[in-house]
Ligand binder design. Structure first.
Ligand code: GDG
Length: 490
């Protein structure tokens, strides 16, 4: 057990480190790639922070330890927990429900029971390691009950919550048999952050309908109940972003630029490279994108002599049925397109079902003339922002679905409705043919937006709002804010 306590604690389903065991059995930890860790790392280090989360493997009990100046506090999950709380309730109930039921959500009481007990375990772990009057930031939909559970255990704490995925309209959310418990769970936080204003609005409406509290954007008034005093909760948008400077620096490296040129050469020096980069997830609209591209080839508006589509589909949630089916569908379609239109040594779709190092991702972004982000529903979509950050040459065209959070900010992209296949086909052709001055004008505006609103800006805004609305006591955020402002860019 850890007797130490920490004034700033982040809790997420997964820890920001991966456990690596060498051939000789020695264990070490590697920081997992991702904007959240990059954004919070400097704050965590300077504010003496701790991160509570699951290690990523079943039944692994592990003592807390220090990694790169951050206290890591592992929470153990059994195989049953993983199947019910994580793959079940999180990924097969909440994920499809919150993404507008693109796939049908499954409702199982046994999954819900596990969600409650695992959320309680996370809340207990956080309560044990957070200092008196400390600040806790809870991340994402797997832990929506933690804010309330934590407040019951530790009324002294300031609690923030950020939802990385959309929050659906009430007509959809109301399907959830445990909708009231989820809303009450979230209302345990002082500040509830969403990706878009529309998500925050949907949440406020759910509050009005389900528990009847006065909710006038962005403030929700939670009345006194039992021992708990009346509280004011803020629910509003804080659009997440990326480490824009870090991505640009990566893309600028000579070896990355050289790799981009090599990729183009290896693809047969096509006139235009189209690129899709997604976790293999049904929310990403990969099937719609392939359909549009297939039809463009069939119509003769695009020729494989000139154009190639590179589709990176990184493996995801492979133990969940819907994801297995999706993989089969996507691979069948890719096979059809290549069978119909590929030639010896020339593919119409270069399909990659594996993860890539960040350097290779940056090289792909640099090589791609057109980036296709065609999600049917997406909280933000960081790939769109990474593409923009990588294009220091102010070239390249971003085709972006209106159903991503990113489309609220990236208005200079070629915006599409991915359900409108004809519209998407026209947009792809327009992107392929767009003249250089227009590409430059649009990319400049997009880059300014992403640079000015990077992930450090996101965490700073969130933590500042949390500090403003904290309920008295000592305020570690005063110091945190200062820390974030002068955080070095990595
Ligand atoms: C959720 C929400 C929201 C992908 N393949 C590889 C790789 N990636 C990286 C990308 C990007 C990240 O994974 C994916 O982020 P997205 O935002 O696109 O999507 P989700 O995974 O669904 O994330 C989403 C996000 O949370 C943050 O709040 O934007 O809406 O669904 O960074 O680059 N990275 C590497 N190799 C790969 O093969 N290195």
């Amino acid at each position: 057990m850890d007797d130490e306590t920490y004034p700033f604690v982040v809790v997420s389903n997964r820890l920001p480190v991966d456990r690596v065991v060498d051939e000789d059995g020695t264990e070490h930890w590697r920081q997992s790639p991702g904007g959240l860790v990059t954004a919070l790392e400097p704050i965590m280090r300077e504010a003496d922070g701790a991160w509570v989360g699951w290690v990523g493997a079943p039944d692994l009990e592990h003592e807390p330890f220090d990694h790169d100046g951050i206290r890591i506090v592992p929470v153990a999950l059994s195989e049953d927990d993983i199947q019910r709380y994580y793959e079940g309730f999180s990924n097969d109930t909440l994920w499809p429900l919150y993404h507008d039921v693109i796939a049908p959500p499954s409702y199982h009481r046994i999954w819900w029971d596990s969600y409650v007990s695992v959320n309680q375990r996370f809340a207990n772990a956080v309560a044990a390691v957070t200092s008196e009057n400390g600040t806790v930031w809870v991340q994402d939909y797997q832990l929506q009950l933690v804010p309330r559970m934590l407040r019951q255990l530790r009324p002294d704490l300031t609690i923030g919550f950020f939802n990385h995925i959309p929050f659906p309209a009430y007509g959809i959310f109301s399907q959830l048999p445990w909708r009231t418990q989820i809303v009450e769970g979230l209302l345990g936080a002082d500040v509830i952050g969403f990706q878009r204003s529309a998500d925050a609005g949907n949440f406020s409406r759910a509050v009005r309908r389900l528990v009847g509290y006065p909710a006038k954007s962005p403030v929700i008034d939670v009345p006194a109940r039992g021992d708990s005093p009346a509280r004011r909760v803020v629910a509003r948008a804080f659009p997440i972003s990326i480490d824009a400077a870090g991505f640009e620096e990566l893309a600028h490296r000579p070896e990355v630029e050289a790799r981009a040129a090599q990729i183009r050469h290896d693809l047969g020096d096509p006139k235009r490279i189209l690129l899709g980069v997604d976790r293999l997830d049904y929310t990403k609209g990969i099937g719609h994108r392939l359909k549009a591209y297939h039809e463009l080839l069939q119509d003769g508006r695009v020729d494989v002599e000139d154009v190639v589509l590179v589709q990176v589909a990184s493996p995801s949630r492979e133990r969940v049925d819907t994801y297995r089916q999706l993989r089969d569908e996507v691979e069948l379609t890719v096979g059809r397109i290549n069978g119909d239109f590929g030639g010896i040594g020339r593919e119409a779709v270069s399909y990659q079902h594996h993860g890539f190092p960040r350097e290779e991702m940056a090289a792909l972004y640099l090589a791609a003339d057109v980036m296709l982000v065609t999600a049917l529903r997406d909280g933000m979509n960081l790939v769109a922002k990474e593409y923009v950050a990588a294009r220091f040459d102010e070239d390249g065209v971003l085709v972006l679905s209106e159903f991503t959070g990113a489309s609220d900010e990236l208005r200079q992209a070629v915006l599409i409705n991915p359900h409108d296949i004809d519209g998407m086909k026209d947009a792809i052709v327009r992107a392929i043919e767009m003249p250089r001055p227009e590409r430059r004008r649009r990319m400049r505006a997009l880059r300014k937006r992403v640079r000015d609103n990077d992930v450090a800006h996101w965490s700073r805004e969130f933590l500042r709002t949390l500090a403003e609305h904290s309920r008295g006591g000592s305020d570690p955020l005063g110091e945190l804010e200062w820390t974030v402002d002068r955080a070095p860019r990595s």
